[in-house]
Design a protein around this ligand. Structure first.
Ligand SMILES: [Zn+2]
Ligand SMILES: [Zn+2]
Length: 271
């Protein structure tokens, strides 16, 4: 089976993506994919312009199940969600799994609970918001980064997602270590401790290509040195493009699989 032909991280018009789920399916078949997973952003209990809304959750499920059946001879389709974890704010992953009979869950942290009365730090929006968190919501950038990884680790332990999404996204705007030193001992220790949590809980680490094909970043989420650490620790990896339109379904896949081949590893899907 061709390893390039899978992607489990996609967003359609049900959340912040462009394109109907069926358009993704047709594009995936055209690309020769054998498997396609849908992972809309699960609802969160506050107003936003990027997540599925609670009232549409069952429509989402029904549409993906309809496509699963309609195209079952051509492609394997999986029903998933990308669920945010914010302590004491988000719904438990288990409830979502049961309500929707999900095939899998991607657990991600896009909003970090801050020291500033629990104000949420949105790391994935415009840079001003990111900067505000680094400079004002925590006592130091290091504390902000530590809070992000603490939240990731807590999510893995409490909620047990199958896959952890873009797990070093906290360096979103940290180009040339503008906000914190990525080669400092404390940062490398944080990463290594987090990898140990993934290893203990058998979490699959996603190699997310989105930053690269959108030319926003020069490296993956997580960075290449971290991918090498995952390989050393025998942590399961998968390659996802976090597609927000059908034409992003295989974004930077050829290059990524070539790199992994050079590293001498086979991607081991556990879904
Ligand atoms: Zn995400
Ligand atoms: Zn996503």
């Amino acid at each position: 089976m061709n390893k390039l032909n899978k992607n489990y991280h996609t967003h359609s018009i049900f959340c912040d993506g462009k394109g109907l789920p069926e358009e993704y399916v047709n594009k995936a078949i055209e690309l020769g994919f054998t498997s396609l997973g849908f992972s809309s952003h699960a609802p969160v209990p506050f107003k936003n312009d990027w997540s599925l809304v609670e009232e549409k959750v069952m429509d989402y499920k029904n549409e993906i199940i309809r496509l699963k059946n309609k195209y079952k001879d051509k492609i394997e389709i999986k029903l998933g969600l990308e669920i945010d974890y914010i302590p004491d704010v988000t719904t438990s992953f288990e409830n979502r799994r049961n309500d929707l009979e999900l095939d899998y869950v991607i657990g991600s942290v896009h909003l970090v609970k801050s020291e500033n009365n629990g104000e949420l730090w949105f790391i994935d929006g415009p840079e001003e918001g990111y900067k505000k968190g680094m400079e004002n919501l925590f006592s130091s950038p290091q504390k902000a980064v530590e809070a992000y990884f603490n939240q990731i680790n807590e999510m893995i332990i409490k909620e047990r997602p199958n896959i952890v999404g873009h797990f070093d996204k906290v360096r979103m705007y940290n180009h040339d270590s503008l906000y914190f030193q990525e080669n400092s001992d404390w940062y490398r220790d944080l990463i290594n401790n987090t990898l140990n949590v993934f290893k203990q809980h058998n979490t699959i680490v996603e190699i997310n290509t989105r930053g690269i094909y959108r030319k926003k970043l020069k490296d993956f989420f997580p960075q290449t040195w971290i991918i090498k650490e995952c390989i050393k620790k025998e942590i399961n990896l998968i390659v996802n493009s976090d597609a927000h339109s059908p034409n992003e379904l295989n974004g930077y896949f050829d290059e990524t699989y070539n790199m992994l081949k050079e590293f001498g590893i086979d991607i081991n899907y556990k879904l």
